[in-house]
Design a binder for this molecule. Structure first.
Ligand code: C2E
Ligand code: MG
Ligand code: MG
Ligand code: MG
Length: 291
């Protein structure tokens, strides 16, 4: 456990609630300036279709270039920000920035989609779906180019409210993905009732897939369940080619992880996309031909 990092005490979920924590107070104040002064940045990590090797989407991941503290990762500031109303303008910024990126990217890659992460607190806001609609309108984006990722734990914190919010979101035409799946306690009937298109298997079950029969059984069960519910399956945390092949054998459609690429700033991603060779991750078996 990292107690210090670049002079900043890492803020854990348990600690995030202490209203007198000086780090907490200064982070909240600093975030207003960060949005204004362009200190926030999105990095983008490809999601690869294991059937074709093509890029199915990229996920936007937030980074904060803090002038004194250096680069802050989401886990270092989001737990604090999520406890304040600041998470709403922050998520609006993330969605608009990601949509502006995908609009540009589509001139070269017409099928490109972008996925953004949202917090439980965003979903708890009855206006959240209209924030998304506004961002789509402001950037002139097709709703089909946006995926909203929400963790299973966030969904299950208040399932009734989350379901209502997801229903509104799904009506806007954006896709909904359940992130970090397998860590929470979602019942089958709850998952079946949610308007979701995609399940992302938590990386904890993926990272040691080639060494753990238990993890392999969990991955296969989640994949089979998701398919029976008509959902696509994404595996995150894919760090090697043997694991990628095991996921393909399990029937998982999409893979994401350091083996494919780390998250990259937009300029690096543009070069990565231009150089991407679909053969590299395509299935070795010939694609099935039509009747
Ligand atoms: P997540 O959405 O589950 O994203 C996956 C995390 O795993 C990312 O960490 C990513 O960099 C990392 N990762 C990707 N591939 C691999 C791999 O092969 N191995 C390992 N060990 N890790 C991998 P990151 O960027 O630090 O983000 C952490 C979490 O913070 C995200 O988890 C997401 O829940 C949250 N987050 C990130 N950006 C945003 C945002 O804009 N808004 C909100 N609300 N949450 C965000
Ligand atoms: Mg995610
Ligand atoms: Mg995840
Ligand atoms: Mg996560």
């Amino acid at each position: 456990d990292v107690a210090k990092r670049g002079g900043l005490r890492v803020v854990h979920y348990e600690e995030a609630g202490d209203p007198y924590d000086p780090n907490r107070l200064s982070l909240i104040g600093d975030l207003r300036r960060a949005i204004r002064d362009d200190e926030l940045e999105l990095h983008y990590q490809p999601k690869i279709d294991l059937r074709t090797g093509a890029v199915a989407a990229v996920e936007a991941l937030l980074r904060w270039q803090h002038p004194e503290r250096g680069r802050l990762m989401p886990d270092e500031f989001l737990p604090v920000i999520e406890q304040t109303g600041m998470i709403d303008p922050l998520t609006d910024w993330v969605i608009e920035t990601a949509l502006a990126w995908v609009g540009q990217a589509r001139t070269r890659h017409p099928q490109m989609r972008v996925a953004v992460n949202v917090s439980a607190r965003n979903l708890g806001n009855a206006d959240f779906a209209s924030h998304v609609t506004d961002a789509l309108a402001r950037t002139g984006s097709d709703p089909g180019c946006l995926t909203i990722e929400i963790t299973e734990t966030a969904l299950m914190a208040d399932p009734a409210r989350a379901t209502a919010s997801l229903m509104r979101l799904a009506k806007t035409g954006v896709l909904v993905s359940v992130d970090d799946f397998g860590q929470g306690q979602t019942s089958l009937s709850q998952l079946a009732r949610l308007p979701v298109a995609e399940v992302k298997i938590d990386k904890a079950f993926v990272m040691h897939l080639d060494q753990s029969a238990t993890d392999a059984a969990i991955v296969q069960s989640i994949t089979d369940l998701a398919h029976r519910l008509g959902l696509e399956v994404v595996a995150e945390g894919v760090e090697s080619q043997p694991i990628l092949e095991l996921l393909r054998d399990a029937g998982c459609e999409i893979a994401q992880g350091y083996h494919i690429s780390r998250p990259m700033p937009a300029a690096v991603l543009a070069r990565w996309l231009a150089d991407h060779d679909v053969e590299r991750f395509a299935s070795a078996a010939p694609a099935p031909t039509g009747p």
